[in-house]
Design a protein around this ligand. Structure first.
Ligand code: GLN
Length: 488
């Protein structure tokens, strides 16, 4: 049986040379999941039968000489992507029994590419959270230390890749949900440019911020996944019509370095805010590594960085209060049996179906949008968003990429921040600015502190996804942080 930590290219070679079959790979993963998932909690449900069928089809295609990059590769989907005929809970009790009537665009594209979907990953309810403790089902343990959180909201996706329970996983990032868990679990996660990947069939939290992306073992694997997922989709009006580059070819040829003089910006505000000396020194080594690859370093300033968290929470909650109004007990999901009037039905279905954090956000958002407060909160937050976006645009006039921490520190203990919402929201202090501005950004492993992984964030100009991945790939060619694995 192959090592469960091989990357997509290594697996491709084994599959194409007949050294292992997609079916064997699928069985190996299912067995490993059976052994480790009870303690880790990465998966909410397995799609065993569908996975075995897909693996068999992949084997048939491989036998006919098909060498498509993702053919036969075992992956997982975050449980907010619709998979036709299957349950998609979005981590919520309100959707416990809800079956999706269609496939999300990315689900469809990955299936066509021959990827084998093992199951659906755990997440914070409606993607609201930074620790996976808001899942209505069960928490996810960090594979590096089971007493710690994996981050969130895509904690199940990040932990499954880190634990060798999926080769790659889809995920979403509204304010940090790909990058922060990737950082805490020691894996690579990219949030592409807003509009690069279709949101069709992705259960909405805050539509102007939500973006689908990937968590994988390496930048190269992330590129292989993203190339399949990305591209225009007429069913998502915000999806970009721009063509998708041949990401993996670009990266394999070190495309970002084809012109000399790449400049990395170090945003002063991020570095000054980083409290952990261990993290600061890991980032410093990452910077030196990038310099040795030929990049030059420039100090930059993004003065409004710390207005991002308050602006994000006003905007994300406002949009959530509107998006989640569809869960009314009539059209989707849980319906209360304790209702005498229509009003009761709405109230009780929502009261019984939503968890505490979701309710808090709906109430906050409704408040921010209400008459008399709209200008003071929503409109002001929109102005802050514009300023943040302008500051990024200005920074990218003088640098090609920004290097920052991905999270404030290493994975924290389960329960440590549960009673302090503000401290929990601060987990996203380094990730929300780029999300508000729609920039592509990724987190890649850059070191360890107290035996736990740390991530470096790269942020790029709009649609520079290929360049970001190429820089991360070059970094990973020169370092081995991304190949470290937890003892399981
Ligand atoms: N942790 C942030 C929140 O709770 C971001 C979540 C996300 O990106 N989905 O809103």
């Amino acid at each position: 049986m192959p090592d469960p930590y091989l990357d997509i290219r290594e697996l491709r070679a084994l599959l194409d040379h007949g050294e292992c079959s997609a079916t064997e790979l699928c069985e190996q993963h299912l067995t490993r999941i059976e052994r480790l998932n009870p303690t880790l909690g990465c998966y909410l449900r397995l799609h065993e039968q569908a996975a075995r069928d897909a693996a068999r089809e992949a084997d048939a295609r491989i036998n006919q000489g098909d060498t498509s990059p993702l053919l036969g590769i075992p992956i997982a989907h975050k449980d907010l992507f619709c998979t036709k005929g299957d349950i998609a809970t979005c981590g919520s009790k309100i959707l416990e029994h809800w079956r999706a009537p269609y496939d999300a665009t990315i689900v469809e594209r990955l299936a066509r590419a021959g990827a084998v979907v093992l199951g659906k990953c755990n997440m914070d309810e409606f993607a609201m959270g930074s620790s996976n403790e808001n899942s209505a089902y069960h928490p996810v343990a960090n594979p590096w230390d089971a007493s710690r959180v994996p981050g969130g909201s895509s904690g199940g996706s990040a932990a499954s890749v880190a634990a060798g329970l999926a080769v790659a996983a889809t995920a979403t990032d509204t304010g940090g949900s790909i990058r922060q868990p990737a950082s805490l679990c020691g894996v690579t996660g990219i949030r592409p440019t807003y509009g690069r990947v279709s949101r069709f069939g992705m259960i909405a939290f805050a539509s102007s911020l939500d973006q689908a992306g990937v968590i994988a073992r390496s930048a190269f694997d992330a590129a292989l996944m993203l190339r399949t997922m990305a591209g225009f989709d007429p069913r998502d009006s915000t999806s970009s019509e721009r063509g998708v580059e041949d990401l993996d070819a670009f990266i394999a040829s070190n495309g970002a370095f084809s012109e000399p003089g790449l400049r990395i910006g170090l945003p002063r505000e991020y570095m000054d805010a980083l409290k952990s000396a261990g993290y600061a020194s890991a980032l410093d080594s990452a910077r030196r590594e990038l310099e040795s690859l030929g990049m030059s370093v420039v100090d930059v300033s993004l003065p409004s960085t710390f207005a991002a968290i308050p602006a994000y929470y006003v905007l994300a909650c406002s949009e959530a209060s509107s998006n989640l109004s569809r869960f009314d007990g009539v059209r989707y999901g849980h319906r209360s049996t304790d209702a005498e009037s229509l009003e009761d039905l709405y109230r009780n279905s929502r009261m019984e179906g939503f968890g505490a954090e979701v309710k808090r956000r709906i109430l906050t958002g409704t408040y921010c949008l209400s008459y008399g407060y709209y200008d003071a909160y929503y409109k002001k937050a929109m102005r802050v968003r514009r300023v943040i976006r302008d500051e990024f645009a200005k920074a990218f006039e003088s640098v090609d990429v920004l290097l920052t921490p991905s999270s404030p520190g290493i994975a924290f203990k389960r329960g440590e921040l549960s009673n302090d919402h503000i401290a929990m929201y601060q987990q996203d202090c380094f990730t929300t600015p780029a999300a508000l501005a729609g920039q592509p950004c990724l987190s890649m492993p850059c070191g360890f502190h107290a035996g736990l992984p740390l991530g470096a964030q790269l942020i790029g100009a709009h649609f520079s996804d290929a360049r970001l991945l190429s820089i991360a790939h070059a970094f990973q060619q020169a370092t081995d942080f991304h190949t470290q694995r937890p003892a399981l």
